[in-house]
Design a protein around this ligand. Structure first.
Ligand code: SF4
Ligand code: SF4
Length: 89
């Protein structure tokens, strides 16, 4: 676990430019999502945004699963990526 991952674990927000690796893919069920913004506010790396009335991910997920835990509508599922298959973002 690196310095920034530790910070996230402690509940701190990490600067965007420090997030280099994508560790998860956010699967959004757009039928269930009511665009309440809870996940957007909780994501420590600002990976989620509501654009044009739709929840989008910005490909810098660190797979902390906070969004999945807090979504009241079970609209998010995080797929963890294999460390070898990490995509920079
Ligand atoms: S918390 Fe759930 S319902 Fe709310 S915007 Fe995020 S995915 Fe959609
Ligand atoms: S799992 Fe959710 S809260 Fe955590 S980094 Fe990915 S999008 Fe953000």
């Amino acid at each position: 676990m690196n310095y920034y991952e530790k910070k996230v674990k402690q509940g701190d927000t990490v600067p965007e430019e420090k997030v280099r690796k994508r560790k998860g893919i956010v699967h959004i069920n757009h039928e269930f999502c009511k665009r309440c913004g809870i996940c957007v506010n909780f994501c420590p790396v600002k990976n989620l945004e509501i654009q044009h009335q739709m929840l989008m991910e910005l490909e810098r997920c660190i797979a902390c699963k906070t969004c999945q835990r807090y979504c009241p509508d079970f609209a998010i599922e995080i797929e963890e990526l294999d460390a070898k298959a990490v995509i920079t973002g």
